[in-house]
Design a protein around this ligand. Sequence first.
Ligand code: NAP
Length: 259
Amino acid sequence: MSIFDLNGKAAVITGGNGGIGLAMAKALVDAHCAVSIWGRNADKLQAAAKELGARGGNVHAVSCDVTDPHEVQRSFTAAVDRFGRIDGCFVNAGTGGGGRRSFLERTPEEWRRMFDVNLDAAFHVLQTAARHMVANAEAGRPGGRLVATSSIGALFGVARNEHYGASKAALNALIRALAVELARHGITANAILPGYSETEMTAGLFANEKFRDAVIPRIPMRRFGRVEDFGGIAVYLMSDASAYHTADCIVIDGGYSAY
Ligand code: NAP
């Protein structure tokens, strides 16, 4: 199992105070990776840090709104100060569309907000992390992992959520470009595309019986995703086992997209 041992490595996880991000942080901690979790909600952040600490994790919790480039820079610097070096960056914070309104009613503000959180913030965080990793490479310490939580919404037509799908499709394109540009420094870049999964973001959607009844039969595994389903991929992408795995959009959806 030593190829999955992350002892001596450190990762930043945006949106690491809940949902898929916290599940990734738990799996990373269990594999002995130090983690810097970022989020806005102070109570969730505190509870997540406590939970990770109880698992024996070396945890750094940072209050950060990732749409603010200054906060991103401050938070990343704090993480580097704490751990000395950041080996992996999980750009996971995101917002959902809710699926409440038709495209015909979409306001420019809703469209802008979606891209602020799901794409522009990813740009701020990934650029900050990439600059750090390239500087390390130029100092003779190559390597680094960039990972984005995208969505199968980038692949499918999701009615009333076109702004969400568009933001995640752009995120996939961003990741592929970084994989090509940064490979010479030993840096990999991949996207994880979860299918429908039970988190705070989807609680409203999943409360809708009509939605559940329509979607479950389309999932060969016959269940929605659970946050724990995304821990293993986080550990793999941080580990030496994935050193040659880059520019991928990894779908984890219980088979939904193949059916
Ligand atoms: P979640 O539990 O609602 O998590 C969203 C996370 O993003 C929270 O930790 C939240 O922290 C953080 N966040 C949102 N806006 C932020 C901001 N401006 N600055 C800093 N942090 C911010 O939902 P989730 O399902 O785990 O979502 C995680 C990722 O998975 C998202 O990118 C989402 O698009 C993606 N995804 C989810 C599903 C699904 O079915 N659940 C499917 C495909 C993709 P605060 O609460 O502190 O703001």
